[in-house]
Design a protein around this ligand. Structure first.
Ligand code: 5GP
Length: 116
């Protein structure tokens, strides 16, 4: 990742592109997805661009992955009813379009929805 163009999320983190940012700390940023697939659809993104997907992150920095899950839980409580789906697309054939690891936090009226 680091040898390539900065990802869209790095550009948002650097405030080069506007986004609806709902959370930020030293390690993570969270923003509203531009194309929401649920009543609440947030993205939780590590600030470092080193990890392309969740299995690289889990192997390289499990504490950061755990922090993402904790923040997802907190955001679901703040923005919805505390119940949520946490989705990591991993690979193009799985729908991944941005190769800077991120979690989709989907919440609100999902019981009858699809898994997409
Ligand atoms: P992926 O398909 O890689 O799992 O998820 C990438 C997500 O980023 C998509 O849900 C897409 O809607 C979202 N996204 C792409 N570009 C932007 C953007 O410029 N701003 C925001 N807020 N979300 C974006």
């Amino acid at each position: 990742m680091s040898s390539e163009e900065p990802s869209i999320f790095t550009r948002i983190i650097n405030r080069e592109i506007p986004a609806d940012i709902v959370f930020e700390d030293d390690d993570l940023i969270a923003l509203k997805d531009i194309n929401p697939q649920a009543p609440v659809h947030l993205l939780v993104v590590p600030k470092i661009p080193d990890y392309e997907n969740v299995h690289e992150l889990a192997a390289g920095d499990p504490a950061l992955l755990a922090h993402m899950v904790a923040v997802a839980n907190q955001l679901a409580a703040e923005h919805s009813d505390g119940q949520f789906r946490l989705v990591f697309n991993s690979g193009e054939n799985a729908g991944q379009t941005v190769f800077h690891v991120h979690a989709h936090v989907l919440s609100g009226g999902l019981a009858e929805g699809s898994l997409a």
